[in-house]
Design a protein. Sequence first.
Length: 363
Amino acid sequence: TRRRFTLTQYLIEQRRRFPTASGDFNALLLDVALACKAIARTVAFGDLGSMLGQPAPEVTTTVNVQGEEQKKLDVISNEYFTQMTEWGGHLAGMASEEMDHPYQIPATLQRGKYLLVFDPLDGSSNIDVNVTVGSIFSVLRAPQDVIDSGRDVVEADFLQPGAQQLAAGYALYGPTTMLVLTVGSGVAGFTLDPNLGQFMLTHPNLQIPEDTHEFAINASNSRFWEAPVKRYVDECLAGKTGARGKDFNMRWIASMVAEAHRILMRGGVFLYPRDTKDASKHGRLRLLYEANPVGMIIEQAGGRASTGREPVLSVKPTELHQRIGFVFGSKNEVERIERYHREPGAYKDDANPLFAERSLFRD
């Protein structure tokens, strides 16, 4: 049988490309993997461990900085990430979707040269109905003055474009637990072996097909979509008789990490675009905790990640919990959506986007 690499062995192989590397980077990623194993174990017990999605009794408020109700598992998963990564001496600080402000490494512990940002439990609204959830994370290098002085981190230290990420990944808690990771040289998928307690390399070089016939979007928001998104979805729904000349399937799980994994495995496109539902927000998903890490993974696998208007990894964050429109997946579909944003006048913005006029000509 073919020998499988463990996550540790994979990271050692990757480190050999950098002879002067200290090993801190690998150690940090293994700490993150340990946190993901702990979350997977807790999720797997479900209601047997009284961990399903009721509001957390141990916090004074059940609403996080995003204005969303915190579940028990949101709080517990956040604690796993902080407690299992703060002690190793590799981090200068952390930022989490569940915390208002940056997390400081305790003064009694050694501080390092990396920053960790994470969404500890993406899709937690699905936990009560046993639908796949996951964790998303990325690693940044701390500013040099933070490394030199060991000072407390501030919000501005984390406001780096996604292109500066050193690593990104997600864990998927589904029928099997998987860890999908990029350290800047492609994307690898690891499956948790429950007998060994080890993440084993099962998908060594994940690639997203350039073309697809699947798209994922929350159609209940159609009345708020901008014209380019209406045009794209309308053409997909028209199928073989429309401008695209082929049928599409629509998917929507309401767990972005699950959507990203499906697309990584077989192609597709995901849209959570900027819309007019709340004019004060430029999108729904979080740039630092969701769009940037998923964007890095998608692009390392040959796909494309975009705001609809520009590459998401080029966006300079302006605040820790910034929201953004996000479109990612099969390269040719995302590029088409970007083109529609550049030429929105080509679509007649009818009151009902699902029954707009269609061209007789296919492109």
